[in-house]
Design a protein around this ligand. Sequence first.
Ligand SMILES: *Cc1c(COP(=O)(O)O)cnc(C)c1O
Length: 369
Amino acid sequence: MNGGPERAVARVDLGAVERNCARLAGLLREGSRLCVVVKANGYGHGAVPCARAALRGGAAWLAVATADEAAELRAAGIDARVLVMGALTRADLDVALDADSDVVAWTQDFVDWVDRPARLHVKLDSGMGRLGTADADEARSLCERIAADDRLDLAGLMTHFATADEVGDAHFGAQLGRFAAFAGAMRGAYGGDLVVHAANSAGAFRDPEAHFDMVRCGVAVYGLDPFQEDPEERGLEPALTLESYVAAVKRFETGMSAGYGRTWRATEPTWVGVLPIGYGDGWRRSLSNNARVLVRGRPRPLVGTVSMDNVTVDLGPETDVRPGDRAVLIGRQGGERILCEEVAGRLGTINYEVTCGLTQRVRREHQEA
Ligand SMILES: *Cc1c(COP(=O)(O)O)cnc(C)c1O
């Protein structure tokens, strides 16, 4: 890189990731540890560099969704405990165990597949209605079966909340009660080495009762707000900046249109900037006529249809913007900022999907603390 403008780059501040982890670790009840979730390429931020930053920031464990994601961490030389949280095929299970990961069990059939020493976490579906067994007796007999097998280590008990981010909702408390009863009984039976874990980022902020021995935080680690509010109000620093540049500046007379379908027309003479980034980069088409972009420290409305490789912004009737100027689509420039939560709100989705949706065509640049 020559330090000049770039077509599409996601700059990830690893110092922010590290500080967010320290913030989360500091929030936890005595005795509870931080497991940092780096699935889906670290929510689009880059799994390996973010995992390293998280471990520097105080994470004790890492978690991923798939076996391949665990293998990627090991291939990079990361030797922390790794939990693979997702459903595994028989082939996936081999990959996960080859990567020396802990895996999650909720059926007898799955436990039957395990043909070598392994660390298993039994998952109770306390009300998420997804993975895990909803039958507490089944979960108990799985624990019994694993504990009785010399090759197997009953390493943990887990559940996952459906509504941790919906403050005031009663389902969270109901799930917590069901899981706490199960975990208490199992701890009594199998001793204190079990790692009991339930909370995601929202759960970690919401209720210390949900911290148990470990919390599994993803979104907050990246400085994204689990409640879709302003992350800085919760002491979190957004780690990702999405940048492009102004490739062309052109004069528009009244009535001229920008982009496919002519969905925007100049209502007065103005200048339009063209940025070479589009839905091929994950800057979604639903942001057509529905986003802001920072150029020269000021917000500019995105006008016209987002295409695969380009977007257009209205620079106003008089402009000092020049080709080559940097454009920030997510992040800070000058005194202004555009939060990922704002983009998500415009799209009718959540911040998670915005960063996960940035495609491979966007170069990731990791800035060390
Ligand atoms: C993704 C995931 C998490 C992390 O959730 P965040 O809301 O990103 O903190 C925790 N637990 C499980 C089972 C998950 O799938």
